[in-house]
Structures are given as C-alpha cells and as structure tokens.
Design a protein around this ligand. Sequence first.
Ligand code: HEM
Ligand SMILES: *[C@@H]1O[C@H](CO)[C@@H](O)[C@H](O)[C@H]1NC(C)=O
Ligand SMILES: *[C@@H]1O[C@H](CO)[C@@H](O)[C@H](O)[C@H]1NC(C)=O
Ligand SMILES: *[C@@H]1O[C@H](CO)[C@@H](O)[C@H](O)[C@H]1NC(C)=O
Ligand SMILES: *[C@@H]1O[C@H](CO)[C@@H](O)[C@H](O)[C@H]1NC(C)=O
Ligand SMILES: CC(=O)N[C@H]1CO[C@H](CO)[C@@H](O)[C@@H]1O
Length: 362
Amino acid sequence: MQIRSCVPLWLVLLLAIPIADCTHLPTPLTDSPDLPIPVTGLSYGFYRKSCPKAEHTVKKIMKFFLTANVSQAAGVIRLLFHDCFVQGCDGSILINDPQGEQAGTPNQTLRPSAFAIIDQIKAELESICPNTVSCADVLALAAREAIRQAHGKRFEIPTGRRDSLNFANNETVLKNVPAPTFNSSQLLSSFSSKGLKARDLVALSGAHTVGLAHCSSFSDRLSPIDPMLNAEFAESLIQTCPIHSSINVAINMDMLTPDKFDNKYFDNLVNGKVLFDSDATLLSDSRTHPIVEDLRAKEHEFLSHFAISFIKMSMVEVLTGSQGNIRKVCSVLNCNTSNSASTTRDSYVAADIDAPSSYASM
Ligand code: HEM
Ligand SMILES: *[C@@H]1O[C@H](CO)[C@@H](O)[C@H](O)[C@H]1NC(C)=O
Ligand SMILES: *[C@@H]1O[C@H](CO)[C@@H](O)[C@H](O)[C@H]1NC(C)=O
Ligand SMILES: *[C@@H]1O[C@H](CO)[C@@H](O)[C@H](O)[C@H]1NC(C)=O
Ligand SMILES: *[C@@H]1O[C@H](CO)[C@@H](O)[C@H](O)[C@H]1NC(C)=O
Ligand SMILES: CC(=O)N[C@H]1CO[C@H](CO)[C@@H](O)[C@@H]1O
C-alpha cells in the first residue's frame, strides 16, 4: 500500500504509531463475506485512486454538522431512502426544481437542512476532486456516516453510482414512496418491487429509532384511537397533536433515545409506542413479527442486519459506468449550472444549521 507524503516516511517508522490526520489512506476494507456483493459497476472503495480523500471528506463534514446537532443525522438518512425508492439511488431527489421530486407529497417533510448538508459536502469534494464524486454517492456516504455518528455501526458501502440526468414527477414519487398508512402487505410489495425482502423491510424500518415525525403523518391513528397504540401514549399524542388543530408540530419518533441509532424502535413497537400504521403493522403480520422479535432481542443483530439491508437499498436501480453523469452541483442539473451560476440554495439556508465557509481547521 502506498504511503502518502504528508509525513516523512522515517518519522512514521520512528514513531511507529498511526498519525490520525494523515490517514487519508483508504481504511482497510472489512472483506466480510457477509457484506452484500456490489452490483455490476459498483465496488467497495471506488474512489480509492481517483479521489482518495472522498470518504474521509464526507466523514469530516458530517462530523462538523452532527457535532453541532446530532439530530441532523435523521434528515440525511431519510433522504437516501427517498432517493433510492424513486427511480433508484441516482441523486434525483437532490434536484431543486419546482417540478422535481422534492415537490411530491411525501417529500414535503424532508429536511431542508439535509439538502444543504449534501450541497456543502459536494462543494468541498468539487474543490479537491473536480467532476469525480457523484451526488448519488455523496448522499449514500453521508447517510452511512450519519448512522455511524449517531452511535450506529461502522460499515463499508459500495460506491461508483452515477447521477441522473432527470428527475421523477410528483405522481411517480407518490407511487414509489410507501405511505405511513400502508399495511404490511402493501409495504412488503413496495419493498419487493425494489428487490428488498421482509427482513430488509423490518431492519430498515428500524431507522425510525432516530428523527422526527409531524402530527399529520400519524393523526389518522388518533381519532378514533388505534387499538394498537398504548393508551397512555395515545393520550400524550392527542395532547401534542390536538384533533382538528392546524398546528403540525414534529415530535421525536423514539422517545427513549431520540437521537441514538440503537434498537429501541423494536421495544417501542412491541409496547404500542410507534407512530405510524406502517410501523405497528410489522408486529401483527406473521411474515414480519418473528423478525421484529429477533432484532429486538439483540442490538448487534439489528445493527448488522441494518447494515446489510442499508447496502442493498443503496444499490437499488443505480446508474453506473457511462450512464448518467457526475453532477457539478447536486441541486442543479449540469445543463443548467451555467444559467444559475450562483447556485446557493437560499431557501435552504436553514435556521438550524450553521454552514461553515471553510473546513480548514478540521
Ligand atoms: C417502511 C416504509 C416507511 C414509511 C411508510 C416511512 C414513513 C415515514 C414518515 C411518514 C416519516 C415522518 C415524516 C414527518 O412527518 O416529518 C418518516 C421519518 C423518517 N424516516 Fe421513514 N418511512 C419508511 C421507511 C424508512 C426507511 C427505509 C428509512 C431509512 C433507512 C427511513 C428513515 C426515516 C428517518 C430517519 C426519519 C426521520 C426524518 C427526520 O427526522 O427528518 N424510513 N418516515
Ligand atoms: C437540534 O435540531 C433539532 C431539530 O431540528 C431541534 O429541535 C433542536 O433544538 C436542536 N438542538 C440544538 C442543541 O440546537
Ligand atoms: C433548468 O433550466 C430550465 C430552462 O431554463 C428550467 O425550466 C428548469 O426549471 C431548470 N431545472 C433545474 C433543475 O434547474
Ligand atoms: C402534481 O403536479 C402537478 C403539476 O404541478 C399538479 O397539477 C398535480 O396536482 C400534482 N399531483 C399530485 C398527485 O400531487
Ligand atoms: C392492505 O391494504 C390493501 C389496500 O388498501 C387491501 O386491499 C388489503 O386487503 C390490506 N391487507 C390487509 C392484510 O389488511
Ligand atoms: C425540502 C423541499 O423541497 N420541500 C418542498 C416540498 O414541497 C413543498 C410544496 O410543493 C415545497 O414548498 C417545499 O419547499
């Protein structure tokens, strides 16, 4: 393996200790036989030669934002799900266009700050490796980092995705992103249409161990009160989300450990303390119930299964090789970058993030 020249070799040998911030060397891959085999065109460490600092840069910038507020992890994780389920993991969700995927109903609760974080990472990557790292990969890597930095598991993901030249319309979005009112059969068939199985559905639903949900996403369960809801929990939800109120507040999905990527979601599930029909239904279907119990019993089982299912999801209908392109700015198609030279996402300069002008000190 080649040693980069940020420190003289003799010094490395003399000290014989790893020097943390020169480790832009790709980390050794965990060649675990359990990790899914990449689809054709993707590979673990795709940027090892073309942009050796790519993964480190994503990690560094995610760390910057998540140190400021770890709650941001959830927004980024959900973005990947919405990208992958609508015409594949091709970065199409990131395009900021009034006709774009962000305008589709399920996307109206995607966090503006999550888009801003992806744009920031991409801008930094363009400055170190122009035209090299796709937005689709930036998003997948950022979501992987979000999980890890929210105390989830560290795992490698394949890279080499290419960016879409277009985006889907709102009807396609509605057809492809499962609704929180879905029953288990609808969920299984939605996931199956993306090549994902019951185990993937259950493990990936465990992402609802972090993040927020708005009253509008579960108010159908409050009047009449869904018998699957724990009675006390239902009362507290009604307090927070008064029926017929126009106030649409957001609450933590996991009240126990709101920002921690653990398996508490499954405790909440068996205790009637999950927010959506699509969560509760996993308990009542014999195809998913045993998996719920399995992932609830052992946290490390959940984290490993989550990693595998996450990798599978991140490879759904990807563009590779000479398909698509490498977008210059994630929120704008390349054919449009010149006519919108200042591509700052004014509407996305969200109050809850503090965008740095430089990461030099990191
Ligand atoms: C199984 C089908 C799924 C349904 C029906 C569903 C639905 C939802 C809904 C309605 C919200 C709340 C939006 C709001 O009210 O603000 C939400 C939040 C979230 N979902 Fe899912 N989801 C599903 C699967 C997934 C998957 C596969 C992932 C990722 C692996 C995921 C990650 C998240 C995260 C992290 C949040 C919190 C977002 C935030 O705090 O900004 N979900 N989901
Ligand atoms: C972190 O972000 C969440 C959601 O945007 C917000 O409710 C919370 O107040 C923020 N926490 C801090 C410490 O800024
Ligand atoms: C691209 O440019 C066209 C024509 O100027 C405009 O109609 C469209 O909204 C732009 N799309 C994006 C994604 O910027
Ligand atoms: C989709 O967008 C079109 C045009 O903006 C709009 O007329 C239509 O009502 C939208 N459909 C849905 C299902 O939101
Ligand atoms: C799930 O919902 C679909 C569509 O509404 C319905 O046809 C089906 O019977 C439901 N399945 C179950 C098990 O409730
Ligand atoms: C994050 C994002 O783009 N949200 C958009 C969702 O759709 C609504 C209505 O179409 C827009 O106003 C939001 O900006």
